[in-house]
Design a protein around this ligand. Structure first.
Ligand code: ZN
Length: 239
């Protein structure tokens, strides 16, 4: 059977999964981080194939799943998990997964949506994201606590209005979602806001990041993150 996900051990506590056979527009990173009292899963991919069986956690240990924003490539498998957190701003849409808001409709007609079929007869036009009502809503300043690690929720709009990220202030570990990542930043979706994205970049310039794991592309250190933010600010200057 086709292994839909690739899995990379990033360090002793961090694993990254992605979907190599989906179009790179919607090939997002899925981060599994092991905490003392609970594990954290940041984003859940497209939901084309079941993700939950690929996430291994010790028996009885809770898995807190955080969706960084409600775009299709981050929330597809959210419904498979019992503990679902996400931005409060989008809470009602998580109950419906309206394809106009998740942009699932764009995938229906995407040329080269997948490079291998997940099952014989699979069609992008049939793609649907099941509703995944949030069991916890997150706002700026909230804390996601794994016992030995605490992640502060940052609201970083621009790519989308609801974009949130998780920052461990004690050691500079940053799960950035699509607020910032080391690849082409998407700021021209119907719900993108360039002025807000610029404010987000200005805020990120001052964030003491040691290592950032983004929603797309390779991980980055603080220096690289500031380069990405400054490049965005100069590219959009005067727009
Ligand atoms: Zn997105």
């Amino acid at each position: 059977m086709l292994d839909w996900f690739s899995k990379t051990e990033v360090d002793a506590r961090t694993t990254m999964l992605t979907e190599p056979f989906v179009h790179d527009f919607v090939r997002a990173n899925i981060w599994h981080f092991s905490g003392r009292d609970a594990d954290l899963l940041v984003d859940t991919g497209m939901g084309i194939c079941p993700l939950a069986p690929r996430i291994e956690t010790p028996a009885g240990k809770p898995l807190l799943v955080v969706a960084t924003h409600i775009h299709l490539d981050h929330v597809g498998s959210l419904h498979e998990f019992p503990l679902r957190a996400g931005p409060s701003m989008s809470a009602t849409t998580f109950e419906t997964m309206d394809p106009e808001v998740t942009y699932a409709y764009m995938f229906h007609t995407l040329e080269g949506a997948v490079s291998k079929l997940p099952q014989p007869g699979w069609k992008a036009a049939d793609y649907r994201i099941p509703p995944a009502p949030l069991t916890r809503t997150l706002d700026e300043g909230d804390v996601v606590d794994l016992g030995d690690r605490q992640f502060r929720v940052l609201h970083l709009p621009g790519h989308s209005p609801d974009s949130i990220a998780l920052f461990d202030e004690s050691d500079g570990l940053f799960f950035a979602g699509d607020a910032i990542y080391d690849a082409m930043l998407i700021d021209d979706l119907p719900d993108s806001d360039r002025a807000a994205y610029r404010r987000t970049m200005l805020r990120l310039l001052d964030l003491p990041v040691r290592i950032g794991h983004g929603g797309h592309g390779p991980s980055f250190d603080g220096k690289r993150m500031r380069e990405i933010a400054l490049a965005y600010l100069s590219r959009t200057d005067g727009i």
